[in-house]
Every structure is written in structure tokens, then in C-alpha cells.
Design a protein around this ligand. Sequence first.
Ligand code: 5GP
Ligand code: ZN
Length: 114
Amino acid sequence: MNDCLFCQIAAKKIPSQIVFEDDQIMAFKDINPVAPVHILVIPKKHIPSLAETSLEDQKLLGLIQVQAARIAAQEGIAESGYRLVANTRGDGGQTVGHLHYHLLGGRPMQWPPG
Ligand code: 5GP
Ligand code: ZN
């Protein structure tokens, strides 16, 4: 087992509030929510960021988006709308080195982001 935080959450070595799980993906509540709904959707496989993905990951990445839309419906934000974002590397604001998508909703989002 590596010391990656989200690998440990995926392996349930570190507890989280799981809202969805299958054999490839886990979704859990962000520990420091910035919106009424703030869920992190991750592949169970360790990928450091979107920048390290390859064509071999295309099914997995597609699955994450499809499941994120289902989770949004499950969480009651499908009609009002939401944002799905993958902060990537330094300028993207990424702080955890395991690919994750923020599913944000329950309030209007601003554009452009900060
Ligand atoms: P990033 O800044 O890399 O885009 O997003 C990392 C996110 O992970 C942050 O929103 C942060 O609040 C969340 N986070 C960091 N540590 C933990 C943790 O131990 N558990 C959970 N559930 N979320 C975490
Ligand atoms: Zn990891």
C-alpha cells in the first residue's frame, strides 16, 4: 500500500463518507466542502492527475463522468445544475496527487473561477 491519501481512502484504510462505489470508482464527501454539495469522484486506480492519463484510461474517464452525472441526480442537484472539475497540477490548484473530480452544486457557481 502506498502512502497516497486517496488510495488509502479508496482502500478504506482512511474513513470517508462514501456516496457511490463500484469496482473502479469511489465518490465521497469532501472533508472541507465549498458548496452545499461537494463530492470527490476518484478512480480506485492510482493516477496522479489528468496530465498522466493515457488512451488506455479513456473508458475509466468516461465512466467517471457518467457516474458523476448519476451521483448529481442522486444528490438532488441535477435539475438546478452543477460543476464537475479536475484541478490539475500547480496552476490548476491541485493539492492531492491522485486524480479526482470535484462535483459541486447546491448554489450558483461563478465564472471565471478564481
Ligand atoms: P484539490 O485541491 O487537489 O483539487 O482537491 C483536494 C480536495 O480533497 C480538497 O477539496 C480537500 O478538502 C479534500 N480532502 C483533503 N483531504 C481529505 C480527506 O482526508 N478526506 C476527504 N474526504 N477529503 C479530503
Ligand atoms: Zn493514489
